[in-house]
Ligand binder design. Structure first.
Ligand code: GDP
Length: 448
């Protein structure tokens, strides 16, 4: 996603400052200028950028800082804190509780990804042990009910809707009533969108909200809409009591910064981001790990999880392998072995987007176990050179045919396994340089 470029821009500005021999007004001004440029290029709202700049200037008073104080550190801390502040409205959103009924209503413009996100949200909670249900109160878009029905059926989530009824309020009330009786603890109501915010949409949202009394209204926003995001989010906030935001399509070419400005416009936190069309392509959004990742300081949540779940005596060896940045087939083999034995690293792996959904779709079911074993059998027929290679071109057709023959599998199976390996290697690039994180970040983390 283009947000990575934003992170790159900010990190470069900070690195230039680190390279400067003396930190004076000019260095600080240049650094802030570069950071502002990166933010504006990513479509962050202009007012937020200028606020951020003046806040940092206020915090970092170079003249007042006594000699001996690490000015670079103070500036870095201020940038980190300001970015976090920009993304954190200061009040948490409502969080559904398992076993206790919550009604959550989704609002947003047509095409923002609302219906897709409703199912992702339901599935996320289903995995956590909730009993979610979906109500399609979108009577405006032809095909909306079919889409929700299809998604819900695939995910095995009960749904309610109607082909005949045109009154969204009636459907919403009936759906909520039905699932309340069926002891669902999370009733998700999908509402109509329009191409732009218009009076009819606003009125409909208000009526559905009044009739269903949601505990939380989630505003779904397309991550690619740029600077328009701020005004759109504000318009929704004024007409529905938006309590949280989900930004979708952050997997594509979305600059993302615009939609993230929605936090300031709605004074509501971004709780998830959508990262693809698949039902599991949803990530919990947390401000500090996000900013940390943005600034190239590593994914702190991953680091924390790693330290939490991997026994201390295994940490250094695994960490070394994972952070070397070369994800070989041999390492893939070791990880699969760990996964199949339910080892601790399996828990860390499950945090990587794409890993859990593909390799362990329904926990450790038979199908995924068989797949993992198949991959391992294929790798058993590889030579040491193949297992340790970092050259993707090494796997020629003749090698693939030999491996297929040796493992008693079809050529297609070997190709599938290599594809899976490439995908996971890509996800693993997040671990690269992770070992440097604590050292490099300690200073900043002190203040978090
Ligand atoms: P709605 O009109 O707001 O209900 O939007 P839909 O849920 O029908 O989504 C519109 C399109 O966006 C569909 O093609 C979805 O597959 C796609 N979409 C939704 N969320 C994401 C996402 O996070 N990433 C990508 N790439 N596509 C998404």
């Amino acid at each position: 996603m283009v947000l990575a470029q934003l992170g790159g821009g900010i990190s470069r500005a900070l690195a230039q400052m680190r390279d400067a021999t003396v930190i004076d007004e000019k260095v600080l001004t240049d650094c802030l200028h570069e950071i502002a440029r990166a933010l504006l290029q990513a479509d962050v709202h202009i007012k937020m950028v200028s606020d951020m700049r003046s806040n940092i200037r206020r915090i970092v008073n170079l003249e007042a800082l006594a000699a001996g104080i690490n000015k670079r550190r103070i500036i870095q801390q201020a940038v980190f804190a300001e970015l976090c502040k920009m993304l954190d409205p200061g009040k948490p959103s409502f969080v559904p509780t398992k076993g206790k009924l919550s009604v959550v209503m989704f609002v947003g413009l047509q095409g923002s990804g609302k219906t897709t996100t409703c199912t992702k949200y339901a599935r996320y909670h289903q995995r956590k042990g909730f009993k979610p249900s979906l109500v399609c109160a979108d009577t405006f878009r032809a095909g909306a009910f079919d889409q929700l029905k299809q998604n819900a059926t695939k995910a095995n989530i009960p749904y309610y809707g109607s082909y005949m009824e045109s009154d969204p309020v009636k459907i919403a009330v009936e759906g909520v009533e039905r699932f309340r009786k069926e002891n669902s603890d999370l009733i998700i109501v999908d509402t109509s969108g329009r191409h732009k915010q218009e009076a009819a949409l606003i009125e409909e949202m208000r009526q559905v909200a009044e009739a269903t009394k949601p505990d939380l209204v989630i505003f779904v926003m397309d991550g690619s809409i740029g600077q328009a995001a701020f005004d759109q989010a504000q318009a929704f906030k004024q007409s529905a009591s938006v309590g949280a935001v989900i930004v979708t399509k952050l997997d594509g070419h979305a600059k993302g910064g615009g939609a993230l400005s929605a936090v300031a416009a709605t004074k509501s936190p971004v709780i998830f981001i959508g990262t693809g069309e698949h039902i599991d392509d949803i990530e919990v959004f947390e401000v500090k790990p996000f900013v940390s990742r943005l600034l190239g300081m590593g994914d702190l949540s991953l680091v924390k999880k790693f330290h939490d779940v991997v026994p201390v005596d295994q940490q250094s060896e695994l960490m070394q392998k994972l952070t070397e940045g070369t994800f070989t087939l041999r390492l893939f083999y070791e990880l699969l072995q760990n996964l199949i034995n339910m080892g601790p690293i399996g828990q860390v792996l499950s945090m990587l987007p794409g890993f859990s959904s593909e390799l362990m779709p329904k926990g450790h079911d038979k199908e995924s176990q068989a797949k993992i074993k198949r991959y391992m059998t294929i790798m058993d027929s590889m030579t040491n050179a193949e297992l340790d290679s970092t050259n993707p071109k090494l796997m020629s057709e003749s090698r693939i045919s030999r491996i297929a023959r040796g493992s008693g599998r079809a050529v297609k199976d070997v190709m599938d396994m290599l594809e899976e390996y490439k995908r996971i290697a890509k996800a693993f690039s997040k671990f690269k340089n992770m070992d440097k994180v604590p050292k490099r970040n300690n200073k900043i983390l002190d203040t978090m």
